[in-house]
Design a protein around this ligand. Structure first.
Ligand code: SF4
Length: 466
């Protein structure tokens, strides 16, 4: 089963499928060459991108992510300033430095693009080919970046991480109905079931500290954006709004009146996504494009949720941990039965999935029963069905940044609405995920992260490539 640390990872912006995944694929490619003892013999590397990666890769930072991955950089540990200095060096020398190997001539303009070639397995495909000094192929691999930073190598059934550890879980579940059945049979909450399953691979201290570290990175990400003014990179000239909004709110809401919750929640979502658009350090939640929703709803939990806000640090930390665990249970079901990739099912798989996860996390923290938590996720996902992915200029800015703010408010409404009832509802979460998958299947490829439909073509832009 996909766990909490698969769905939430520290990475770099602006996209989990187009930046983090390709960087990890490139890293795994050079690692394989190093493991085979042949990295020193590599004289050239060819990079080919297909489908959505080729169509929107430039705006999504795919090209530079691959170059950094080939240099052995890991999105989990890469700091933005290191990335920038490496990219400056690559640009000035026209070559990359393979880890433990030689310098190989390769730059952004050498990457070959095939936007019209779409593989059956997934539309985010990349092929890497290493050659020796005689031009003979040493290694050639095709990878699919399937969303949320997950990568599948051609020939593999599942993402590499999913097959890392074979272990038996105390409370396995494959559907939302099974999850509720386990919770009710064992008289456990959804977060308690997820925690018990996580303990199959790590200690409780590791789970707790790992989750709190994710929360820390989320807060640092929002904080960083609130201190940066100007326009976002990429050429769209989108003005950063987070610093002004924070300043205005601090003046307007000195007493921290609860009636301003929506403004603060929206601010956090906007800030995280502005940082993501800058290529900053973010937590995929479950993707980068939708990275602002969960931090914004967590902010709501820490500052406005009854029985949590105003409590001790321990009370707040407990709530944060339970939120992550419940959200991960929902994210795992979406990933398993539909998709968290905008290139596969449109934005319903990114912002829709994040809203469903956040709604579930909130309902859990507010004391919801497993049925109410499932209902919260269902409401948020039901009202995200059909959401298309049409980023203007192929950049993760418009509509993505504002969409996260709207998604966070929707998640809070869904979480609270679920608590009004007793968890009995007409459409099950399993049915809504199946509907999301089918809707994504029927959706034209114009609306699946190719920037060839919707707002991406209705709004005339003149993006200066940078
Ligand atoms: S529209 Fe949604 S799915 Fe597409 S890039 Fe933006 S956030 Fe991601």
């Amino acid at each position: 089963m996909v766990g909490v640390f698969d769905l939430f990872r520290i990475g770099v912006g602006p996209s989990s499928s187009h930046t983090v995944g390709p960087m990890r694929a490139a890293g795994s490619f050079v690692q394989a060459l190093a493991d085979a003892g042949s990295i020193r013999d590599v004289a050239s590397i060819e990079v080919e991108l297909f489908g959505s990666l080729a169509a929107t890769g430039r705006g999504h930072g795919t090209f530079t992510a691959i170059l950094l991955g080939l240099e052995g950089q890991d999105p989990q540990t890469l700091m933005p300033e290191v990335a920038q200095s490496s990219l400056d060096r690559i640009e000035s020398t026209g070559s990359i430095q393979l880890p433990g190997g030689s310098k190989v001539p390769l730059g952004v303009d050498d990457i070959r693009l095939f936007p019209k070639i779409v593989f059956d397995r997934h539309s985010n495909a990349l092929r890497l080919t290493a050659r020796d000094v005689n031009g003979s192929v040493m290694c050639a691999e095709t990878y699919f970046s399937v969303g949320g930073g997950f990568v599948v190598r051609e020939g593999e059934a599942v993402a590499g991480d999913d097959q890392d550890e074979e272990c038996s879980l105390p409370y396995p579940f494959g559907t939302g109905a099974e999850l509720i059945e386990v919770c009710e049979r064992e008289e456990m909450s959804i977060s308690a079931v997820m925690l018990a399953n996580e303990l199959a691979t790590r200690s409780e201290t590791e789970v707790r500290s790992g989750i709190l570290q994710l929360w820390e990175v989320m807060q640092a990400c929002a904080h960083s954006a609130m201190n940066r003014s100007g326009v976002l990179p990429g050429g769209l000239e989108v003005r950063r709004r987070a610093p002004d909004l924070r300043q205005r709110l601090e003046q307007q809401d000195e007493e921290r009146n609860p009636r301003y919750w929506q403004e603060w929640v929206s601010l956090i979502a906007l800030a995280v996504n502005e940082e993501n658009a800058t290529g900053g350090r973010v937590v995929t939640a479950p993707t980068n494009g939708a990275a602002g929703i969960i931090p914004a709803v967590l902010y709501y939990v820490a500052n406005y949720a009854e029985d949590v806000a105003g409590g001790s640090q321990e009370v707040i930390d407990d709530a944060i941990v339970r939120f992550f665990l419940a959200a991960a249970a929902i994210g795992a079901l979406i990933k398993e039965h539909a998709s968290i990739s905008g290139a596969e099912v449109g934005c319903q798989g990114e912002v829709g999935a994040a809203a469903a996860m956040a709604a579930a996390g909130l309902a859990e923290v507010l004391g919801g029963t497993p049925r109410q938590v499932e209902n919260a996720a269902e409401i948020a996902m039901e009202h995200s069905l059909g959401l298309t992915c049409d980023p203007i200029g192929g950049l993760v800015q418009i509509p993505c940044i504002e969409r996260n703010a709207i998604g966070a408010v929707k998640a809070i409404s869904a979480g609270r609405m679920a608590l009004w009832g007793d968890g009995i509802h007409h459409v099950s979460f399993d049915q809504v995920i199946a509907t999301m998958r089918e809707t994504g299947r029927d959706m034209s490829s114009k609306y699946k992260e190719t920037a060839t439909g919707g707002l991406a073509i209705s709004v005339g832009v003149n993006v200066v490539e940078c």
